[in-house]
Design a protein around this ligand. Structure first.
Ligand code: DQA
Length: 145
């Protein structure tokens, strides 16, 4: 069974209460639940990790790469627009990763238009709301089977 990791960056632990006009009212736990249903349907396993710390995300990507994860879904949140370190960690992966953003970052402030991750990603899902996570699971399954 394929095993995929879902990584979430800073402030995404506050989903549901944080800027609901931009990110909606669904919590991260509820996203996990809906993705678990999709994973069951498709016969894959998902693990979840959230951190507000850049180095912790780098450590987790390195750990996942070493254990041979089959793919990663990452919403690096604000680090998307700043982190060469997360980019470099993802560049060491042999497996594909899909970048997700809940909001349409291209319709927001100019500093959100650049991603340090997108050109390395196998796919980028933006502006599909929290449904983007489920779409990313489906995409990783399609890419790896
Ligand atoms: C985000 C977009 C980022 O610009 C922002 O910093 C986030 C969330 C999104 O999911 O839309 O924290 O990644």
């Amino acid at each position: 069974m394929s095993s995929f990791a879902v990584l979430n960056g800073p402030n995404l632990n506050l989903l549901g209460q944080r800027e609901p006009e931009t990110y909606g009212s669904t919590t991260l736990a509820a996203i996990e639940d809906s993705c678990a249903t999709v994973a069951k349907e498709l016969g894959c396993e998902l693990t979840w990790f959230q951190s507000n710390h850049e180095g912790a995300l780098v450590d987790e990507i390195q750990r996942l790469a070493a254990e041979g994860v089959d793919g990663i879904i990452i919403n690096a949140a604000a680090y998307t627009h700043t982190s060469v370190a997360i980019r470099d960690a993802l560049a060491t992966l042999d497996a594909p990763f899909v970048e997700v953003h809940i909001s349409n970052v291209h319709a927001r402030e100019a500093f959100r238009h650049n991603s340090y991750l997108s050109d390395l990603a196998s796919g980028v899902i933006v502006g599909c709301g929290v449904q983007g996570y489920e779409l990313a699971v489906r995409r990783l399954v399609a890419l790896t089977s």
